[in-house]
Write a protein that binds this ligand. Sequence first.
Ligand code: PBG
Length: 324
Amino acid sequence: MSFARLRRLRRTPALRALVRETQLSVDDLIYPLFVVEGENIKEEVPSMPGVYHFSLDRLDEEVGEAVHLGLKAVILFGVPRHKDEVGSEAYAEDGIVQRATRRIKEQYPDLVVIADTCLCQYTSHGHCGVVENGEVLNDPSLELLVKTAVSQAAAGADVIAPSNMMDGFVHAIRKGLDEAGYTHVPILSYAVKYASAFYGPFRDAAHSAPQFGDRKTYQMDPANAREALREARADVEQGADLLMVKPALAYLDIIRLLKEHFDLPVAAYNVSGEYSMVKAAAANGWIDERAVVMELLTGIKRAGADLILTYFAKDVARWLKGGE
Ligand code: PBG
């Protein structure tokens, strides 16, 4: 018997393109943006080269560029000036994310604006909920999250993305949105969010590191996969429209697991630490940034992600168009 000649289909670029199984598309990318109060601010995050804090007046240009490159969606993270025990700025009508959302939707009504719904950037203790005696309380946190989600929808957010990992948050937010008349606003649940060290640079960027303890009582243990199914199932039952896995690279098996078990679109968050590792190695000349990024994102898609949140979104959009 002769052996298989797999190289036949690898002989030319055209043949390889014909049999390529996974395509990255600009339509699948979600671009994260950090918005800050103040004026004329475009400040690079030191641990995330190429990622900036934008004041609203400087945001226009960045969003314009993203739209011009063909990106369809952004996700907004607010970095407020004022923090307090209960994260009031997260649900203030004139909060930074609410204002940014209104401004973007006025100029780019077709761009999908996703609002990250969490409290950690807004609380003085840096936890994602209400803290009492050193404990993060579940149900009292839900009320604040609902207020946050409703205020974001009122500002025009197209999608609500709760990331705080309190139990029952999808149910509470769905009910709150429906009662406020936002039945049409979908929920992208950070259903499976691990207590990961890869969030380090984001916490620098968003000034959201917990001031005591860690997030292990609400975010998942990186060792668990079956528990991811329970998390996702709970969110699906509560009315989630899309499911997210976060981070992405050390959790490709989880992406695949969700894809196989549920029929909702699956999003993967290529998080800050994953971005910074690539940037640091590339800056040292140790890897080819473009090739590595394309390989990583293709891997995330191949694992089963329908959507990818990535700080590389603009670069990838440019590369897909054939630019440098
Ligand atoms: C907070 C939140 C985190 C990220 C997005 N929303 C991190 C955290 O739990 O501290 C991380 C994103 C990234 O690392 O890029 N609720």
